[in-house]
Write a protein that binds this ligand. Structure first.
Ligand SMILES: N[C@@H](CCC(=O)N[C@@H](CS)C(=O)NCC(=O)O)C(=O)O
Length: 228
């Protein structure tokens, strides 16, 4: 069995990162969604995953959890230059910024949960959130200035052609749009390119059509519900 198990695409940022890599790799993997925050969600997740979390990739009996590990596994299957840049230096930095995303940006993630189809008010600009936004602005514009003119692997993404780094930042790009967070210059151009990528557009259309919604209570708790 070859299957990628994700949370609902509209909300599960950790799922859509490796899902973009899976789709870019074109490996013909079946996809299943377990909607988050419903009464039965935890039991379903416990049945399939050692961490009771999604994403999970099942590949011929190997079960891989953690978005970054799945992306690396897919990169190995896909072959050179599909998920990570071919050039050694670019590949190293692409992995560094993907790892930085995987480990960091806690303030942004907390204040601005991913909700692709929503448009919401900008949250209070607490110092920790501002630090995350400034780092992203500087990172994206800096990477575009240094690597964007990659003629061997050209494109509008962080390292020229699309890479796993863009998969890791796609949910961040949607947060900037959803909450109207400030972004300018080359970083804003980059964000626009991510939102125009055909694989992102397909994912966005699927997210828009999902029947599962999540309500965030005043205590921060979330609960899923169905909307016809
Ligand atoms: N570090 C993990 C994080 C995975 C994670 O937190 N997944 C969330 C959904 S985005 C989850 O499954 N939560 C369990 C739940 O909502 O019950 C990764 O990178 O894959």
């Amino acid at each position: 069995m070859r299957k990628f198990v994700s949370g609902n695409l509209n909300y599960s940022s950790w799922s859509i990162r490796p899902l973009l890599a899976v789709r870019k790799a074109g490996l013909g993997i079946e996809e299943e969604i377990i909607p988050l925050d419903f009464p039965e969600t935890t039991a379903r997740l416990k049945q399939i995953s050692p961490t009771a979390k999604v994403p999970l990739l099942i590949w011929d009996g190997i079960e891989i959890w953690e978005s970054l590990a799945i992306t690396e596994f897919v990169a190995e299957l896909a072959g050179s230059g599909v998920i990570w840049p071919k050039d050694t230096a670019r590949r190293a930095i692409a992995r560094a910024v993907a790892a930085e995303m995987h480990a960091g940006f806690a303030a942004l993630r907390k204040a601005c949960p991913m909700d692709i189809r929503a448009r919401a008010a900008m949250p209070d600009m607490i110092p920790e959130l501002e630090v995350d936004i400034i780092r992203i602005q500087n990172m994206w514009s800096g990477l575009r200035a240094q690597y964007g003119g990659n003629t061997a692997e050209p494109g509008p993404f962080l390292f020229g052609a699309w890479s796993g780094a863009d998969a890791f930042f796609a949910p961040v790009v949607t947060r900037f749009r959803t909450y109207g967070l400030p972004l300018s210059g080359a970083a804003a151009d980059y964000a626009a390119a991510v939102l125009e990528d055909p694989d992102f557009l397909k994912l966005e259309a699927q997210a828009a059509a999902e029947p599962w919604w999540i309500n965030y209570g005043p205590d921060g708790r979330s609960s899923g519900y169905l909307k016809p």
